[in-house]
Design a binder for this molecule. Structure first.
Ligand code: GDP
Length: 281
């Protein structure tokens, strides 16, 4: 399986992000808590290696809490700051501001030691499509706060948003494309809805979801699809059972497998299969 992004788009996105990076002290990289490894952008690991990094595991409400904690520990052991966030929780947004304030204080202490005047921290948000970048920027920027004005950017003027008086955030996120040499990574990203459904076959994505859930979350699977026989490894049998239960039928009562695949994927994305983390530690 090869998944091909348009190389031109990728190169342009990378260039833009690199230009923006030169303007900031802190890179806030968003990953999906359901796949913190697969939703990272490997291309950016080198580019941003000299910057202070805050990794935010987005959509924590959809991921298994225990594994999310393991990932937080893992990132922190690597010397990065890390938080898990549900954008709909005000306290989670407050945590980000608090964490950023601490990072800002550290950076300013170092600036002071070097005889450089302290100033507000400048940060940017990066991440793959659909990880939650725009939503988070909107939540951080309260309506009352106006933009702080223009600072010269490299190619164009950048807009900065002042976040609760604590730091300045570039208003345009850096959009990065996921890269997946590993087949599993492609399926994980497809399952959580990061890559377009047309790229991989829907039934393959659905089978991937069922197999992963059988391995890690069998109870949740049977809770949703009560007629599923997990003793069997026959996916056709699984599809038949789910199709019958959910009425995915074509004329003549034949099971419509496309519809079954659709049901499984939708159930997962809408949280009906419970909290699921695809990247297990
Ligand atoms: P972007 O492409 O990275 O800018 O992603 P968006 O900000 O458009 O978000 C993509 C989808 O993820 C939207 O439907 C958001 O409502 C949803 N989303 C973002 N953050 C969270 C979160 O913490 N929890 C949940 N459940 N959904 C989220």
């Amino acid at each position: 399986m090869t998944i091909q992004w348009f190389p031109g788009h990728m190169a342009k996105a990378k260039r833009e992000v690199e230009e923006q990076l030169s303007l900031v002290d802190l890179v806030i990289e968003l990953v999906d808590a359901r796949a913190p490894y697969s939703s990272q952008n490997p291309m950016m690991q080198d580019v941003t290696s000299d910057k202070q990094k805050l990794i935010i595991l987005m959509k924590r409400d959809m991921a298994e809490e225990r594994v999310t904690q393991q990932w937080l520990d893992y990132f922190r052991e690597q010397g990065k700051y890390a938080l898990a966030v549900d954008v709909n929780q005000k306290d989670d947004i407050k945590q980000i501001v608090k964490q950023t304030k601490q990072i800002s204080e550290h950076i300013n202490e170092r600036r002071k030691e070097k005889g450089i005047n302290p100033r507000s921290l400048r940060a940017m948000i990066i991440g793959i499509p659909n990880v939650g970048k725009s939503t988070l920027i909107n939540r951080l920027a309260s309506k009352k706060q106006a933009q702080t004005g223009d600072k010269p950017g490299v190619t164009k003027k950048q807009q900065w948003i002042k976040i609760q008086g604590e730091f300045e955030l570039l208003d345009t996120p850096g959009i990065l494309w996921p890269k997946f040499e590993e087949e599993e990574v492609g399926y994980r990203l497809a399952a959580i809805g990061t890559i377009k459904d047309q790229i991989l076959h829907l039934d393959d994505i659905a089978i991937y979801i069922l197999n992963t859930m059988k391995q890690y979350y069998p109870d949740a699977l049977v809770k949703r699809y009560s007629t599923l026989n997990l003793e069997s490894d026959d996916v056709v049998e699984w599809f038949d059972a789910i199709g019958k239960q959910r009425g995915c039928l074509m004329s003549g009562g034949v099971i419509d497998y496309d519809q079954v695949a659709d049901v499984i994927i939708r159930d997962l994305r809408q949280g009906h299969l419970g909290r699921v983390t695809f990247d297990q530690m």
